[in-house]
Design a protein around this ligand. Sequence first.
Ligand SMILES: O=C(O)c1ccc[n+]([C@@H]2O[C@H](COP(=O)([O-])O)[C@@H](O)[C@H]2O)c1
Ligand SMILES: Cc1cc2nc[nH]c2cc1C
Length: 354
Amino acid sequence: MKKTPLHVVEDTIARIEPLNQEAIQAAEDHLNALTKPPGSLGKLEAIARQAAGITGELAADLTGRAVIVMAGDHGVCEEGVSAFPQEVTPQMVMNFLSGGAAVNVLARQTGTHLFCVDIGVAAELTHDSLLSRKVRPGTGNIAREAAMSREEALQAIAVGIELVHELADRGYRMFATGEMGIGNTTASAAICVALVGMTADEAVGLGTGINEERRRHKVEIVQRALDTNQPSAADPIDVLAKVGGLEIAGLVGVILGSAARRRLVVIDGFISTAAALVAARLAPEAIPYMIGSHLSHEQGHSKLLAAVGLSPMIHMDMRLGEGTGAVLGFHFIDAALHIMREMATFESAGVSKG
Ligand SMILES: O=C(O)c1ccc[n+]([C@@H]2O[C@H](COP(=O)([O-])O)[C@@H](O)[C@H]2O)c1
Ligand SMILES: Cc1cc2nc[nH]c2cc1C
């Protein structure tokens, strides 16, 4: 009998193990033997220790890597919360599939395969390379109703989990989260208010580029979404279902699945971090498998990252989504692994220790 989405989620969470402390210690000892003052490579050293703790290897081969771009639409777009119309979501999906989006370029540079998932686009899409896993065509307008049912939220999380299992079985060893969904900074801001306790004014940013007047309207819409739906802060699935998004739920699954399969998962910008927060609240043991990539220009991102316990590798003033910041982060993970493999030790190079 096929497992229910709830069982898939529960079994996945139950499978998440702590990192390998011996491997972390071995990485630390190796880093301290290399020709540099201890700790002087900063976050590169933290990345090397984390990768060791996840893989159990001193410098794992993480060349099999994928960015998973979850695409979904948002009913709240009818409230005028985005600078762009909803049809951009399916249009950009086709752009990902033909290789022309920013994330495609950055993925090619880092040897990353891109998988694009239609988990909730409000248009019919067909393409040979599209993973069609539509749970429903777009969410409800959260200013007036729930985004989706609890069952749909669980179904969408299970889509992400099952995709990671499939890709892990095919040899992928590291994942990046990506998303596309006009209106999804509104849903993500609502998650920040519900789960972090940020005010709507702190959580709402300019998204794709609205002006300050429209941002104030977006703040009111986020507040209305919370007043209407009354999500329970103690129940992350309730928050996701009432004010979240299908692509956000799919990424919660990608993150939980990565942790369960002992894969490093690199978290992109504001929307991906909202998914990371839901995953962290569902399963705090998943947090050590996550790496923050960049600090998005979206104003709520810094507090949101802190709420998950992540520290971004880079500050590039990006606010694109798609997985662009996460894939860029692969360069730094590669750098850390090269350091582990190639640097001389004090002993091998004949350099005196302090
Ligand atoms: O990743 C980010 O930090 C980020 C910040 C602002 C916007 N985005 C992208 O822009 C879209 C959402 O913006 P909006 O204004 O329609 O809510 C969605 O497709 C996201 O991928 C992404
Ligand atoms: C063009 C465009 C590309 C995007 N990629 C992610 N979000 C996006 C939003 C827009 C508007």
